[in-house]
Design a protein. Structure first.
Length: 555
């Protein structure tokens, strides 16, 4: 865009991040949030991500490292107009991706006009998976809230409030300055730790695996530290606004930092918080520089912001001497950004480490089943052959020797897709294709080898009764595309939380803690109330200059 190419100071970039952080703060702290609030923030998030990318690509550099920006309507208004327009275009791209994936139709009805028709019924295929996730998230959040607001923490909360008020001060009249205190560091890190632990992708890799020579554990620690800084900074900003009426929240939410100093801050913080953890092994300046590069976007890696709906980075490098700390990026899906960035920067490491994730899921599945208190036997990575030819394998076999019940498990190791529709569709197709191939192969194998071949392959003792075979597909993050597979009585599927929840229900109900009960419970949880629908979409029309697209739902 010409306006971005002419922006020698990076003012539009800085103003965009400020406006986005303000919108995110207002949306999150508003008592009575509405669907309209969420929709407006959604459009703004899409547009701001696009503008950050284009602003960094428009110029080789800015005349200053970064700006300290006081909100001015003469700048904020045109920035918001541009961001909204870009957000509408990005939303159009997402709707088009949905239509191209088979959900509706898109027609070119004019030179720059599009008509998108959604089907009469829009099914919410993620409903049950999302409901279980929300249940466990709410339970965890409630437990943390009750602990933090209990009597045991009352004195600490009072001391935190006192320090926030005491240490904060106005900087150059309209901006913010504050001191530090170890109690604040520990308090807000603990808050961030609880939040990050609930993020999609938090446990994608074993903590010991490395990317660019830096362990995944250190990247997660860094994400947690950056979020703790954002939480603490937000509370300082609120304290300053309460203390000094001349300071407005929109001028102090987004701040800048010196990259070299910030790398040192990351190294020192991770040295402190990591020392309490096993296998941390210390952190060097080179490690901290790698972490800083991965958790930030600069001109050399704007490709990370290509996809509509991608996560924003916690840090935006405007120059070699300036970085903007993006509150929205730190507080909204930072782990998804981390995974995207690790894949971008270290593709070979990423592929190699992906191959190792099966072992972690196998171990986790065994731990969960062992909670039932029965003496199950397990086999891993069993090769199934016909006529000496390998046709498939079974990632995990759980055997109840007393009853002869067996579950053959196919594990699917996925990365979460966040808001990325194109990635969701491609991964859904791959999951369905691979799962169907596994079911076909195992059905063929069981039909041809007979009881003797089955007992040999799974090393069943003679004392084990005639086996009853169940097959189960457990995907790490999502399994709903498997609803399209032909129904088979001996097949159940679910994501990890659905499997965990099924085992928990069997354990709590204590109605016979057999493998068959786990299978039946998981199968029943796939769609207990039938297929759910989204609410009908009202017709909407989006116009940006001479570009127009209309969305309607078939009757």
């Amino acid at each position: 865009m010409p306006v971005l190419r002419k922006d020698r100071l990076g003012l539009y970039l800085r103003a965009t991040v400020n406006e986005l952080d303000l919108a995110e703060y207002v949306r999150r702290t508003r008592a009575n949030r509405t669907d309209e609030d969420s929709e407006q923030f959604y459009i703004m998030h899409l547009g701001a991500t696009r503008l950050v990318k284009l602003a960094l690509e428009a110029r080789p550099g800015f005349d200053v490292p970064t700006l300290t920006y006081r909100r001015d309507s003469r700048i904020a208004r045109p920035v918001l107009q541009i961001v909204s327009g870009m957000g509408m275009i990005e939303h159009g791209r997402r709707v088009a991706q949905t239509a191209m994936a088979g959900t509706g139709e898109i027609e070119h009805v004019g030179s720059k006009e599009f008509m998108i028709t959604l089907p009469a019924k829009l099914f919410d295929d993620q409903y049950y998976e999302r409901s279980i996730a929300e249940h466990y998230t709410s339970a965890h959040t409630r437990m943390v809230e009750e602990a933090l607001h209990g009597e045991a923490f009352s004195s600490a909360r009072e001391e935190v409030d006192r320090l926030l008020d005491e240490l904060v001060y106005p900087f150059k009249t309209h901006f913010i300055g504050y001191g530090g205190d170890p109690l604040l560091d520990e308090y807000f890190y603990a808050l961030a730790f609880q939040r990050v632990a609930l993020e999609d992708g938090y446990d994608t890799f074993n903590y010991a695996v490395e990317f660019g020579g830096v362990s995944f554990q250190k990247f997660i620690l860094a994400i947690t530290f950056l979020q703790s800084l954002s939480l603490r900074h937000e509370r300082f900003a609120e304290a300053l606004c309460a203390k000094d009426s001349k300071v407005r929240i929109e001028n102090v939410l987004t701040i800048s930092a010196d990259p070299a100093a910030f790398v040192d801050t990351i190294r020192e913080a991770l040295s402190h918080f990591g020392a309490q953890l096993e296998e941390f092994g210390g952190i060097t300046t080179e490690d901290a520089e790698t972490i800083f590069r991965v958790l930030s976007v600069g001109r050399e890696n704007t490709a990370l912001l290509d996809r509509p709906g991608c996560s924003l980075p916690p840090l935006i490098r405007t120059s070699e001497g300036g970085v903007i700390r993006c509150q929205t990026g730190s507080l909204n899906r930072p782990v998804l950004f981390l995974l995207d960035s690790l894949r971008f920067h270290f593709p070979t490491d990423y592929d190699r480490n992906q191959a190792r994730r099966e072992q972690s899921m196998q171990a986790a599945m065994r731990r969960v089943l062992d909670e039932l208190g029965q003496d199950f036997t397990y086999l891993e990575n069993v090769k199934l052959r016909l006529g000496g030819r390998l046709i498939t394998d079974v990632d995990l076999v759980a055997i109840d020797g007393a009853s002869g019940q067996m579950i053959l498990v196919q594990l699917k190791h996925q990365d979460p897709f966040g808001m990325d529709i194109a990635t969701r569709e491609s991964r859904s197709r791959r999951l369905k294709q691979q799962s169907q191939a596994w079911l076909t192969a195992t059905s063929q194998w069981m039909a041809e080898v007979g009881d003797r071949g089955l007992r040999s392959a799974f090393r069943l003792e003679k004392t084990v009764p005639d086996p009853t075979i169940y097959r189960m597909i457990v995907a790490r993050h999502f399994s709903y595309p498997l609803r399209g597979l032909p129904d088979q009585q001996d097949v159940a599927f679910g994501n990890w939380l659905q499997f965990y929840n099924a085992v928990e229900l069997v354990r709590i109900r204590n109605e016979g803690t057999s493998l068959a009960r786990v299978f039946d419970t998981l199968q029943a949880s796939q769609e207990p109330g039938g297929r759910q629908e989204h609410h009908n979409e009202p017709p909407s029309e989006w116009v940006i200059d001479d570009l127009k697209f209309t969305i309607r739902q078939a009757s």
